[in-house]
Design a protein around this ligand. Structure first.
Ligand code: SF4
Ligand code: F3S
Length: 374
């Protein structure tokens, strides 16, 4: 008898047909619209339902074996995924239909865990997906990061050799991240600078958005290939726009209204954070559209400028919180009108947040003040 399909496995786990279809809908949503594009050629009437397409794939394919390596990292991407507010979905994708080895989350440890990894690499040679979190270190032949007595370079090359595809999650695995900041004593690199002969996709962010990592895994699971990417190997579905493109403070930017300090009147009114060092106009990520915590918020919405954490060299490049002079674009009357509307909406949201802050006074640490006020 052949290997069980993903649907058969989920059914045995107790998933009802109704929940399965709901799960397929969520998966298709996470994968974005890119994968239904080829279907458009069939015409509007023949266009299939994305959830149905996902269901058909899961009903016919065996589970996707997945090995998750952690190299030089803080485990922040693992933390973000394990604390995602959609644990059932992430749990289903990662535990029930994918992960064979993840040293932080798996129950096994030590030799038992390493044996599980070796077994998976042997049994599914050429078929498994390798997720890498953390930067490989090339200094002194990888001696600055060793696991079980072996250098991270050895472990990465060994696991990459039999991988069908590699997903580098987080800025460290994608571009070297904070460990690569000057003077980079360990020789941190992005995975794609070390492994050059395997299909690879980068999911940068500090940490990566859990749904973007899971959505990319889901894409490979259903489509059998990695999604289309930009020149930095980031999936276009999630990295096709800048933070600035969908930022809710954008009308203020267009109207030339900028917060001058973190405790300024402009900051309280939700004005644009460009002068406080926001890198949103040059940062490609899904934060302002997908947001975090199931669409609840993202750094800029919460009052913090985008630090550009999904871009290469974000820690060194341009300086964090460094004020920038106001952009030269002249505001349009329409933009000023929209800014007033957004200001009212943000004002209501921030008034709610302020009253909550008052209730919690003394329990939280205020953000750093840049000094000036408007
Ligand atoms: Fe753009 Fe940042 Fe201003 Fe938002 S806060 S509009 S991302 S510059
Ligand atoms: Fe990072 Fe900017 Fe999003 S700092 S988390 S890319 S808003």
């Amino acid at each position: 008898m052949g290997e069980k399909t993903i649907y058969q496995q989920l059914k045995e786990e107790g998933l009802s047909r109704r929940d399965f279809m709901k799960f397929c809908g969520l998966l298709s949503g996470m994968m974005g619209l890119e994968f239904v594009a080829p279907a458009k050629a069939l015409g509007a009437l023949a266009r299939p339902d994305p959830a149905r397409m996902v269901a058909e794939a899961l009903e016919s394919k065996p589970r996707l074996p997945l090995i998750w390596l952690e190299l030089q990292d803080c485990a922040g991407c693992t933390e973000a995924i394990s604390r995602s507010p959609s644990p059932s979905l992430v749990n289903l994708v990662l535990n029930k239909i994918s992960v064979d080895y993840q040293e932080t989350l798996m129950a096994a440890a030590g030799f038992q865990a390493e044996q599980a990894k070796l077994d998976t690499m042997k049994k599914y040679h050429g078929k498994y997906v390798l997720v890498v979190e953390g930067s490989p270190t090339i200094g002194e032949n990888g001696v600055y990061c060793t696991i079980g007595g072996r250098s991270n370079l050895d472990l990465l090359k060994e696991a990459a050799e039999g991988a069908a595809a590699i997903i580098a999650t987080g800025n460290c695995a994608s571009f070297g991240g904070i460990p690569k900041a000057q003077p980079n004593p360990t020789g941190a690199r992005g995975v794609w600078e070390v492994i050059t002969d395997r299909p690879i996709v980068n999911i940068p962010g500090c940490p990566a958005i859990p749904e973007v990592t899971t959505g990319t895994i889901a894409h490979f699971l259903v489509m059998g290939q990695l999604p289309k990417t930009d020149s930095l190997h980031r999936p276009l579905t999630f990295y096709g726009h800048t933070i600035h493109d969908h930022c809710l403070r954008r009308p203020f930017y267009e109207a030339g209204k900028f917060a001058e300090g973190f405790r300024s009147e402009g900051a309280r009114e939700g004005h644009c954070l460009y002068k406080l060092g926001c890198k949103g106009p040059t940062t490609y990520n899904a934060c302002s559209s997908l947001k975090w915590e199931q669409g609840l918020s993202f750094p800029v919405q919460s009052g913090h400028p985008c630090l550009g954490c999904s871009e290469p060299h974000f820690w060194d490049g341009g300086g964090l919180y460094q004020g920038q002079s106001a952009p030269l674009d002249r505001p349009s009357l329409a933009a000023i009108g929209t800014a007033a509307g957004v200001g009212a909406a943000l004002g209501i949201a921030m008034a709610g947040a302020n009253s909550l802050k008052k209730r919690n006074a003394g329990k939280t640490t205020p953000p750093p003040d840049k000094g000036s006020s408007e």
